[in-house]
Design a protein around this ligand. Structure first.
Ligand code: COA
Length: 399
């Protein structure tokens, strides 16, 4: 249906959106024998087919810079006043990863750079922060970059729900892709469903608890959204949920629809939800970027979305959720990179289980004070590389 954005005096939203991911992939059928599982458990039970795997010289910064570069190559760096890096796999406890991205993509010095964290949720907080900056001064543009590598313990139940990716978005006035509605709904509850203490590279997770916590939080966020003037669930045309695995989006959508007394036929579910899961099914969990891979997947795979109201349902364990909506802007197709995006996913090098296991054993903490990552095997092929560590300082360069 054609709808009008519920906006303030000036439309604010997403003017451009681009992604990057690891240079490698593994099919979940390749890891299933080691984990003693039927591949159907992953393909059907979790709704996952492949996971992106980063090369030895790729990390959240190189992926974020690669995604952001596509945006500045098109739009230039002029008027970008802020870069926000949303991640839960940050590479430094103090320095914002945004500062490295700022340097790699050649932003001028008169830019503020900052990092935000709250599990898989912070990209949505970054989008709201960006929208507020732009609403205050419509001349300014904000670059939001969500980038993460999902790592769990090898051979654990969570291993098949790993992945890696980055989504960059340019937030502006009079956006050319998605005009964000002003109402949004938020929800916070202190819960230990997923966390990563400072001494660990891999997250700790209470998997089943995280599933019920996710649904409760998104339901709470919707109720808040509605009470703040958001539209009824039935007036939302498409849904892009956070997708730790794509089946999670279906679980949440079915449960919330049932709680609201909305009949969800298979056809309606296919229409409302399925197109937003195509990329995540091939990339795996990308934590902060995941819901926005959902948006990209929808925009790239369904034609004629102009005037449709899209929901982003964001969840970060721990836990915070937000439900926001926006309306697709006429002419948005000109801003897409659909063919290029499909080619990026197709061009990832396929790994066998042995090589993948060897690559997963190398953690960033193993690099110590001095290391030369570039000298190792299984490098990436993106535009930027993490060359190694010198005196505890991470070194990045254009490839
Ligand atoms: N064919 C088809 N489906 C199968 C199957 C088979 N051979 N074997 C199992 N399944 C189904 C199960 O029925 C289940 O589906 P359901 O949830 O719809 O009932 C699904 O596959 C998963 O099986 P389950 O035994 O519950 O999985 P698990 O104990 O291995 O753990 C997670 C799954 C998601 C809990 C685990 O991967 C995890 O902890 N991941 C990280 C946390 C996470 O992503 N949380 C999400 C919220 S943020």
């Amino acid at each position: 249906m054609t709808q009008m954005a519920l906006q303030g005096p000036i439309p604010v939203g997403i003017d451009d959106i681009a992604f990057a991911t690891g240079s490698y992939r593994i099919d979940l059928a390749s890891i299933a024998p080691r984990l003693g599982a039927d591949p159907a458990k992953y393909y059907k039970g979790l709704g996952q087919e492949q996971m992106s795997v980063v090369g030895a010289d790729e990390d959240p910064v190189t992926m974020a810079a690669a995604a952001a570069k596509k945006i500045v190559d098109r739009a230039g760096v002029e008027d970008i006043r802020t870069v926000i890096f949303a991640t839960e796999t940050g590479i430094d406890q103090s320095k914002a990863a945004a500062v490295y991205v700022h340097e790699l993509i050649g932003l001028p010095s008169n830019v503020r750079s900052v990092e935000m964290k709250q599990a898989c949720y912070s990209a949505t907080a970054a989008l709201q922060f960006a929208s507020a900056v732009v609403a205050r001064n419509p001349e300014e543009k904000v670059l939001v970059v969500a980038s993460d590598i999902a790592r769990y313990d090898m051979n654990s139940a969570a291993e098949p729900t790993q992945g890696a990716g980055s989504v960059a978005m340019l937030v502006t006035a009079n956006p050319r892709i998605l005009a964000l509605d002003v109402p949004s709904g938020v929800f916070t509850k202190d819960i230990m469903d997923f966390w990563r203490p400072n001494y660990r590279s891999q997250a700790l997770v209470e998997g089943k608890l995280s599933i019920s916590a996710y649904i409760d939080a998104v339901q709470g966020a919707y109720e808040d959204y509605r009470s703040r003037g958001g539209v009824d669930f039935t007036e939302i045309d498409r849904f892009c949920y956070h997708q730790p695995f794509t089946k999670m989006a279906y679980k949440a959508h079915r449960m919330i629809s049932a709680n609201l007394g909305i009949e969800l036929t298979p056809e309606k579910e296919q229409h409302d939800l399925a197109p937003s899961t195509a990329y995540n099914r091939l990339i795996g969990n990308s934590y902060t970027a995941s819901a926005y891979f959902g948006l990209l997947s929808l925009l790239d795979t369904v034609p004629n979305l102009t005037g449709e109201r899209i929901a982003i349902a964001s969840y970060g364990s721990g836990s915070v959720a937000e439900l926001l909506t926006g309306v697709v802007v006429e002419g948005y197709e000109a801003q897409l990179r659909s063919e290029e995006n499909a080619a990026v996913l197709e061009s990832r090098t396929e790994l066998d289980d042995e090589t993948y296991c060897a690559m997963q054993q190398v953690t960033h903490e193993d690099q110590g004070e001095y290391s030369n990552v570039e000298a190792g095997a299984n490098l990436g092929n993106g535009p930027f590389s993490w060359k190694g560590v010198e005196g505890g300082k991470r070194i990045y360069a254009a490839r």
